[in-house]
Design a protein around this ligand. Sequence first.
Ligand SMILES: Cc1ncc(COP(=O)(O)O)c(C=O)c1O
Length: 457
Amino acid sequence: MGQSEKAAKNAPPRSHTGEALRHGVHASVREDTTPVRTHPWPQPGPRFEGRELELLAEALRQNTLSYVHGHMTQRLCARMSELTGAAHVVACSSGSAAIHVALKACGVGPGDEVITAPVTDAGTIIGIIYEGAIPVFADVDPVNYNLTAETVAVRLTQRTRAVIAVHLAGCPADIVPIAELCRNRGITLIEDCAQSWAAQVNGQWVGTFGDMGCFSLNDYKHISAGEGGLVITNDERLHRTAALAADKCYDRLTRARLMEFVAPNYRISELQSAVALAQLDRVEAIGARRHALGQRLGNGLAATDGLLPHEAPVGAYSTYWFYLIQLDRRFTANDVEDFAKAMNREGIPGGRGYVRPVYLAYPYLIRQSAFHHSRWPFTQAVSPQPYAPGLCPVAESVFDRSYKFPLSEWLDDSDIDDVIRAAQKVSQRLLRRVADKPPSDGDLEGIRKSPGKVHEL
Ligand SMILES: Cc1ncc(COP(=O)(O)O)c(C=O)c1O
């Protein structure tokens, strides 16, 4: 049975569970209490070396750190274009800025609806609200945790202006059908690739399937310039507007201060561009290493009763920014918590879940008041958005039942094998104590009410 089917199914109690329960108490007495992993977990190696230093020195020798006068940002954009195949690139100050710029370039404005995933970083949402548009959350796929064409389709209205498809954790969304849906309906598609550097679908970089793709260079991502963002597109008109949107609506080609629309200063500096340019030389190797480790982990977990690997769609190449191991529906939220703690005791890093769906986690969404005393833009919604439990059931349940393993390129195969052995050991132990009852929403309630976990920027 494929993992998708495994996940979609509310797995009935298995016969061996009863058997395990019969033997469970005695079996646990004999259990191996030696942790799977006793030696220290690998620490990250150096991320910035000779090439970064060289290019930084070169940037300083330009005697300007402005992208308008220096060459590092131009070279960064040219290299990104070469890597992705996108015709145009705009560099800016962050991934959040990149998404905001893309929304502005695509003409998203007050009262428009933008469909996006609820399992994401704040950076996906910020630009929507700043442009006075309404975030509309669609549910995610149960094994790759991204929007699907089907979940987007049920949220479409006359007001839908754009879709932001997040490629979460290095794992591409099933983007081809989403792009087709958007094209057929005349809706803009922006891809949020902040967590998915070098990820591909059918050999093509994510970010090149929609109208615009957005990347983050913050320090937690596959590659880093400390901060920074890139927007890619094949559309010359979008490129021009995006360049204006990132730089106060100043046209740096004609030197005109156009001021056709209000735009922030989201400029990148030449120092950031120098580091990012050097980092682009590493990005495919980092992606390939993470891909290999993630595949190894997935293969090792595939046959493990009770666990669902983080599975990319057919044709997708995932570069695993992190790896979610999902526990099937026989487990309660408390079991998931126990799984995480037991994994740590086995010497494996990680913790429960990634983030709660943002509409349940962000006070400004729950209150529908993002700008102090005002309820704009939410008051403009034609049909008010119910940001409440039940809006995206898969997203709500999946993230209550997942263990987030911090996969990185600094690991080797034996580290991954330790994760597999620990996950098998812990899940078997937990399965023995799982009661033969279907889950109830009540099982998850406690977790939803517990304070949210702060995750990476
Ligand atoms: C999915 C996603 N989108 C957008 C962003 C925003 O990127 P930045 O932090 O560079 O603004 C992030 C960063 O964490 C992200 O993970």
